[in-house]
Design a protein around this ligand. Sequence first.
Ligand SMILES: Cc1ncc(COP(=O)(O)O)c(C=O)c1O
Length: 464
Amino acid sequence: MDTPDLEALFAHIARYAAQRRTADAERAHHPAATYAEQLERFRLPVQDEGVPAKQVIRELIEFAEPGLAAITSPRFHGWVIGGSNATGVAADWLTGIWGQNAGNHLATPSAAAAEEQAGVALLDLLDLPRESSVGFVTGATMANFTCLAAARGDVLRRAGWDVEADGLFGAPPITVILGEEAHSTVFAAIKYLGLGAQRVVKVDVDHNGAMIPGAFLDAIERASGPIIVVAQAGQINTGAFDPFPAIAKAVKAKNGWLHVDGAFGLWARATTTHRHLGEGLELADSWAVDGHKWLQTPYDCGYAIVRHRGAHIRAMQIAASYLPGAGDGARNPSDFVPELSRRARGFATWALIRHYGRRRIAEMITRHCACARRFAHNLGAEAGVKVLNDVVLNQVAVRFGDDEQTKAVIARIQAGGVTFVGGALWRGCWIMRISVSSETTTEADVDRSVEAMLEAWRAVRGQN
Ligand SMILES: Cc1ncc(COP(=O)(O)O)c(C=O)c1O
């Protein structure tokens, strides 16, 4: 058997990691290789004999490099993506090195305790009810799923039905109410839970994508029986927040469950500058939020936060004679997530909250929102360019001329490699969506990106 020289192996990775991250600021945003080329590079005929560790790692770097996106760079503005802060990455390496299976506290007290304490700190940072339980999941998709599983169980229990035992066949129907522009992963969670992505009640939204209070009140007034409402903190194209105080009051009056999808927007509550956007969302019953967006943890990190611990555990707990129960008061991480064997996600979150502190998290979010306004101001001043949203947070929806021109501008920007942005179809129109969510983005980066974007627009306009 090949016994690797551990020091040489890990030192090699450490040297490479430092070089790669140091070069991030000037990294080209256009991967040099296509998917088809990468398929060839990664072709893996299974050999009888394996390859030594150092060689495998060398090959992995060599093969992957041409097809890597510059997601950790300051001018990556695609989707809503954090920059994987280096301290979090180092904690994540330790997570791999320690190899803990973070399913229960007996096997790994440190992983369970770090999650528990990181969860307490998250509730403090986001100023959510301190009695809430926190599940560490892969991202906001699974956080929405987990929270809505707890919601499903709880509203049915109140109607005298035990969904965890008896399933949905014959259960009282649940009315799910959400904004017309809820995120696609909310619909996915509803689908996974058997609630029917197409049998939801969609509420009209305003020009920025937030639910219109009157329309919501009409919808909930008409609903009867078990009710789940999904509101949003941070619409994907605009950053808009739903009107939480009015929603929360109406949901409570109907004995429903209010869930908030706040994948990135929930972090506004960690600032003084943008906290007001999320006023009232603390009245909800559950919240989904990502670590790998605005906390900058490495990927595979979201949080399912549920005010009612019992409902959370009932929906998720896996019982077996060989697993410890929660009877001794200690945390079993798997009680709060749809997984048993799992990565010890709490270490990276713990490390980043410790590393940043309250002030730096708030400063980063406030700076990102200022950068988004700078994008909007500088792009919007150009003839033929329109900023379509109210820039309340970190998202900017931009249109260049018509649909075809907007798509052509995006393609040019992506090919140019100075910055990365994606497109989306919003209200029947193609937009270029800018998200400022990578830790290291500065005003100077915004200015470089704007220059590249306007250059692309002028070239496209000149062709017509
Ligand atoms: C509002 C919203 N909800 C949910 C998600 C899904 O999050 P994840 O990709 O981390 O699962 C996103 C991702 O951008 C989002 O913006």
